[in-house]
Design a binder for this molecule. Structure first.
Ligand code: PA5
Length: 462
């Protein structure tokens, strides 16, 4: 199996001068310390995700068998979830399924696939316009079993199902949740839903390689064993404490140093439409994991690097002007694909127009990859930090590698920053305010706090 490559030349001062990192700066003890901490603690507490490629043989067989049954009995598969319970399934679906999957004729695809990662009423109504709920399997995914958005989706859907199917409605639902915590597990037991468990040490944004991501992927016919093999392959590639021999550790160290140099923005820019939502998934992983007010000692650090998603070449005509000439506050990570799964030759037809004719006879994959290399060159000439992750091709194995690479990079980098990578107190604050505003029992004090907040008086009335 071919490994993905991480090319960080354009992060270095040899290539971008004083904006870059000197080779000597890579001899930083934080790197080995972060690795040692990770190795000593992997598999424990909130680092259970690191062992997912190794400890799911039984559950994988159950997932594959369940996916077969779902394919036999339904026409649509809908994920109800949000954040870490939605972004991974979307990213993997987009990476590994046909680009117009749901529009393909029935015989060329499996079940139609939807992920409802919001509580926009128009979106819910639109979903209900295009599916027959009786012929739909709903996979409710929530680790906490309490997330308002997901539980609202669940309540709306079960109400419709119950009205149509009576007691049989439970056959249309699969729950993916914590085995011990939250309300969804209680409902699942009461109603008799088929249930998969999210292990305790696996947080939402690190959960794509557990049943959260594996069941939707298996339903879509994706080779989930190959995905896990890819993750294992990357884990093995990252098993040494020397950043020069561990790509994710090197990526983390470069990120850490770049943050110290004031690069507060991390742009993730795949040059492949299939990887567009990998950038979304990455943004949550990077933003929610590293964006922290205090470090492990309680010191205020306001750590983090704002993740931004971009798409090559589309954003060459939108964002790249800023990336090449704007402030030196960013690191641009480009994801390239060496071999696309299909290709199209640019036809002849403009012989008399040399300015167009130069394109003829080349393929679209040549064009997108040439533009990628050209953008890397432009960023480097303008002395902006950039690095490239190159996938030999997009398949289940390389996607497994890529997910594990980013998870390891994030965990190492969080440790270098001495923060808790796996909590999300800032998200909880918003959740609690919502509960208070919805008059949830137990949140009376929070409601009072919100009522006492300064009144807004600075809006224009138009
Ligand atoms: O990464 C996280 O933990 C969060 O983004 C969660 O995935 C998100 O808030 C949804 O939580 P839950 O799975 O408990 O519904």
């Amino acid at each position: 199996m071919e490994a993905i490559k991480f090319d960080f030349n354009n992060m270095m001062s040899d290539f971008i001068g004083e904006q870059g990192i000197k080779a000597s700066e890579l001899d930083n003890p934080v790197s080995k310390a972060a690795f040692d901490y990770f190795q000593a603690n992997r598999g424990t507490e909130m680092m259970g995700w690191a062992d997912l490629p190794y400890n799911q043989d039984g559950v994988v067989e159950d997932i594959i068998a369940t996916a077969k049954e779902i394919n036999k009995n339904f026409e649509n598969f809908v994920v109800l979830g949000i954040g870490g319970s939605a972004l991974g399934p979307i990213a993997v679906f987009t990476a590994l399924c046909h680009f117009r999957y749901n529009d393909l004729p029935k015989e060329k695809r499996g079940l139609k696939f939807f992920v409802e990662d919001n509580v926009d009423p128009e979106r819910m109504l639109a979903l209900l316009d295009v599916i027959d709920v009786e012929k739909t399997c709903f996979n409710v995914i929530t680790k906490s079993g309490a997330t308002s958005e997901t539980m609202s989706q669940y309540l709306i859907i079960t109400d419709i199902l119950k009205k149509k199917l009576g007691d049989k409605f439970s056959k249309n639902i699969v729950a993916t949740t914590s085995e011990t915590k939250g309300n969804l597990i209680k409902l699942a037991k009461k109603e008799g839903f088929k249930t998969f468990y999210i292990p305790d040490g696996v947080g939402g944004r690190f959960s794509e390689l557990c049943p959260v991501g594996l069941l939707p992927a298996a339903v879509l016919g994706i080779d989930i064993k190959a995905m896990l093999e890819g993750a294992k392959f990357m884990d093995k590639l990252c098993s040494l404490d020397d950043a020069h021999k561990n790509p994710a550790l090197m990526a983390a160290l470069l990120s850490y140093i770049s943050m110290k140099k004031g690069k507060n923005i991390s742009v993730m820019m795949p040059y492949a439409d299939s990887l567009k939502y990998i950038a979304d998934w990455y943004c949550q992983l990077w933003g929610e994991s590293l964006g922290k007010a205090v470090d492990k000692n309680g010191k205020v650090v306001n750590a983090g690097q704002t993740p931004v998603k971009a798409l090559g070449v589309t954003d060459q005509h939108s964002q790249v002007q800023l990336y090449t000439e704007g402030p030196f506050d960013k690191v641009i990570t480009i994801i390239g694909v060496e071999k696309f799964r299909g290709d199209v030759t640019i036809a002849n037809g403009a012989e008399e127009f040399p300015d167009v004719n130069f394109l003829c006879g080349h393929t679209m994959s040549e064009l997108i990859n040439t533009e990628r290399v050209a953008t890397e060159y432009a960023l480097t000439c303008s002395k902006h930090m950039n690095n490239t992750i190159l996938l030999p091709e997009v398949n289940a194995h390389t996607i497994g590698q890529l997910l594990m690479f980013f998870q390891l990079q994030t965990a190492y980098c969080g440790e270098m920053l001495n923060i808790d990578t796996f909590n999300q107190p800032g998200v909880e604050a918003g959740k609690n305010a919502t509960y208070a505003l919805f008059n949830r029992k137990g949140y009376e004090a929070k409601k009072q706090e919100l009522e006492n907040a300064p009144k807004k008086n600075k809006a224009y009335i138009i």
